[in-house]
Design a protein. Structure first.
Length: 197
């Protein structure tokens, strides 16, 4: 019994090999046939389109085929001016509201007087320097009035009539307390002599 089992298995495996060989051969024949038919159809279409293209070609009617350098230069000089729309957004921009011009009515009466000139410090008061205290406080301005020296910070009053608004590197901005008008004085280049003690 063991011999017949071995014989059955051997013949069964041989039948399986022969069947798979026929199947493989049939697939190869079908693939070759499909390839041949496709190639024949595409080559026939290509030759007919090549012939039709050669017969119907007409060159473009161009007056001057030379490069037009002035048009190239003009296109290179143009700058893109955005309309304000984000190119990467699907949302449309908000509509532009055109401001309507209102007619101004001019007064027909007498003209108002021109505004007064900005205030200035009295002629003998000179801004001659500025500095800071080593502990990092605000700037201090140094002013002289003859033999008197004033040291003021921003926000301090000077001579009871002026408030120091800003101390700059080259000028001192101040405000006249009574009228609220603002003025400025430049850093004086004249040497200031120290008062005799």
């Amino acid at each position: 019994m063991s011999l017949s089992c071995c014989f059955f298995e051997a013949s069964h495996s041989r039948n399986r090999k022969v069947g798979s060989g026929f199947l493989l051969a049939a697939l190869i024949v079908v693939a070759a046939l499909v390839w041949y038919l496709e190639r024949r159809d595409s080559s026939a279409q290509a030759t007919s389109s090549q012939i039709a293209g050669e017969l119907t070609y007409k060159p473009l009617a161009v007056e001057n085929p030379a490069l037009q350098r002035e048009k190239q230069a003009a296109s290179r000089r143009t700058e893109y001016k955005s309309s304000g729309r984000d190119l990467f957004s699907e949302m449309a921009p908000a509509p532009v509201v055109v401001a309507q011009k209102e007619e101004r009515h001019t007064a027909t009466g007498p003209m108002p007087p021109p505004p007064p000139p900005p205030p200035s410090l009295p002629g003998n008061v000179k801004f001659f320097g500025y500095g800071t205290v080593p502990n990092g406080t605000a700037k201090r301005a140094f002013l002289s009035d003859g033999d008197q020296i004033f040291i003021v910070a921003e926000g301090d009053t000077l001579l009871g009539r002026y408030r120091v608004v800003k101390i700059g590197n080259a000028n001192l901005d101040f405000e006249e307390i009574a009228s609220g008008r603002r003025g400025s004085t430049a850093l004086s280049e004249e040497p200031i002599t120290a008062p005799a003690s």
